[in-house]
Write a protein that binds this ligand. Structure first.
Ligand code: NDP
Ligand code: GDR
Length: 350
C-alpha cells in the first residue's frame, strides 16, 4: 500500500486530493494546524477514528514554519509521495502579511525539501506552484516556457518555492515537480476568493439574507477550472519516471464581471451594468435594484490582469484534460451555495 503525505489537507485542494488518494487505496497522512476552533470541515466526511483498526487517513499536527516538526513527520511517516499544498494562499492578504506569506510559502517549501534531503527517504514531491508566477503579462497563452513576473508578495514567495524545487531536483537528483496550476474553484473554495464570494452572495441575495455584493477589480481575467479535475493531475505528475513541470489550465479566460453575471443569471436574475470604474454597478433589470457595487478596498496595489494557460503539454504527455466547462463550474457553485454541497451530484456538471 502506498503512503502519501499532504500538507494543506484541510484546504480546498487538500480535501479533494485526500479523497482521491483514499479511493486509489493509499494510506493518507495530512498535516493540520492547531487552531482554537475547528478547521477540518472540508475533511470531516472522510475522518476516521484513530482508535479503530485499519485507519487509512491519519492526521498530524504541524506547521510549515516549524522545521523540526516537518523533519520529524517526514522521517516518521516515510511517505512514497508528498504533496506540498499548504500556503497562505490569498493574494490580496499577502500584501497585508508579506513576511508571514514568505515564511510559509517560500521558506516552508525549503524546510520540507530539506527535511526530505536530510532524512534520505525515497519519495516523490509535488509543489503547488501557480499561474500567479506569470503576473504581468509577457505572452498569452502562458506555457511552461513563459517568463515569470510576479506581482504580489504571494507570487514572489511562490517564485522562490518554484526555483528551490528545481534546484533540489537538479542538485540532489530528487523527484520534485512543480504543477503550475491556474485558478481552480469548487463548492469548497475559500469564501474570500472571488468566485465563491460571488456564488455565496447570489444565494444570500436570492434568499433575502444580503442586499448587495461588493467587488474589487471586475476587469481581471482568469482561467478558471474545477478543483477536482486539477488534483487528479497532481497525482498524475508523480506517476512518471522523470520529474517534469506542467501547466494545468483550461485554455479559456473570463472576466470577474462575466463570472458574476453568469452566477446571477443561473439564479434567475439578469443584470445590466451601468457606470465605469469605481462607479460601475450591476443592476437587476427587473427590479432596478443595485446588486453589485465596486469597493476600492478590494483593489490590489499591483494586479494580474490576464491569465490564460496552455495545457497542451499536460494533454499530450499525460492525457489530462479538464472536464468541467466555465458555465458548468458557475452553475455547480451557485447550486451548492443555494442548497449545500451535499445537495448536488458533481457528475451532473461534467
Ligand atoms: P487553501 O487556502 O484552501 O488551503 C491552504 C491550506 O494550507 C489549508 O489547509 C491551510 O490550513 C494550510 N496552511 C496555511 N498556512 C499553513 C501553515 N503555516 N502551516 C501548515 N499549513 C498551512 O488553498 P487551496 O486548496 O486553494 O490551494 C492549495 C495550494 O495550491 C496552495 O499552496 C495554493 O497557493 C496553491 N494554488 C492554488 C490555486 C487555486 O486556484 N486554488 C492555483 C494555484 C496554486 P488551515 O485550513 O488551517 O487554514
Ligand atoms: P487570485 O484569486 O488572486 O487569482 O488567486 P481571487 O479569487 O482572490 O482573485 C481573482 C481576481 O478577482 C479580483 N477580485 C476580487 N478578488 C477577491 N478575492 N475579492 C474580491 O472582492 C474581488 N473583486 C475582484 C482580484 O483582484 C483578482 O484579479 C487565486 C488563489 O487561489 C491563489 O492561491 C492561486 O495561486 C491563484 O488563484 C492561481
Amino acid at each position: 500500500m502506498k503512503k502519501a503525505l499532504i500538507t494543506g489537507i484541510t484546504g480546498q485542494d487538500g480535501s479533494y486530493l485526500a479523497e482521491f488518494l483514499l479511493e486509489k487505496g493509499y494510506e493518507v497522512h495530512g498535516i493540520i494546524r492547531r487552531s482554537s476552533s475547528f478547521n477540518t470541515q472540508r475533511i470531516d466526511h472522510i475522518f476516521q477514528d484513530p482508535h479503530e483498526e485499519d485507519v487509512k487517513l491519519k492526521l498530524h499536527y504541524g506547521d510549515m514554519t516549524d522545521a523540526s516538526n516537518l523533519s520529524r513527520l517526514v522521517e516518521k511517516i516515510n511517505p512514497d509521495e508528498i504533496y506540498n499544498l499548504a500556503a497562505q494562499s490569498h493574494v490580496g492578504v499577502s500584501f497585508e502579511m508579506p513576511e508571514y506569506t514568505a515564511d510559509v510559502d517560500a521558506m516552508g517549501t525549503l524546510r520540507l525539501l530539506d527535511a526530505i534531503k536530510e532524512s534520505e527517504i525515497d519519495t516523490k514531491f509535488y509543489q503547488a506552484s501557480t499561474s500567479e508566477l506569470y503576473g504581468k503579462v509577457q505572452e498569452v497563452p502562458q506555457t511552461e516556457e513563459t517568463p515569470f513576473y510576479p506581482r504580489s508578495p504571494y507570487a514572489v514567495a511562490k517564485q522562490y518555492a518554484y526555483w528551490i524545487v528545481k534546484n533540489y531536483r537538479e542538485a540532489y537528483d530528487m523527484y520534485a515537480v512543480n504543477g503550475i496550476l491556474f485558478n481552480h474553484e469548487s463548492p469548497r473554495r475559500g469564501k474570500r476568493f472571488v468566485t465563491r464570494k460571488i456564488t455565496r452572495a447570489v444565494a444570500n441575495i436570492v434568499k433575502g439574507r444580503q442586499e448587495k455584493l461588493y467587488l474589487g477589480n471586475m476587469n481581471a481575467k482568469r482561467d478558471w477550472g474545477f478543483a477536482k479535475d486539477y488534483v487528479e493531475m497532481m497525482w498524475m505528475m508523480l506517476q512518471e519516471d522523470n520529474p517534469e513541470d506542467y501547466v494545468v489550465a483550461t485554455g479559456e479566460t473570463h472576466t470577474v464581471r462575466e463570472f458574476a453575471e453568469l452566477s446571477f443569471r443561473h439564479a434567475g436574475i439578469e443584470l445590466e451594468w451601468k457606470g465605469e470604474g469605481v462607479d460601475e454597478k450591476g443592476i437587476d433589470k427587473k427590479t432596478g435594484k443595485v446588486l453589485v457595487e465596486v469597493d476600492p478596498k478590494y483593489f490590489r496595489p499591483t494586479e494580474v490582469d490576464l491569465l490564460i494557460g496552455d495545457p497542451s503539454k499536460a494533454k499530450e504527455k499525460l492525457g489530462w484534460e479538464p472536464r468541467v466547462t466555465f458555465e458548468n463550474l458557475v452553475k455547480m457553485m451557485v447550486d451548492a451555495d443555494m442548497n449545500g454541497e451535499n445537495s448536488i451530484d458533481i457528475t451532473k456538471y461534467y
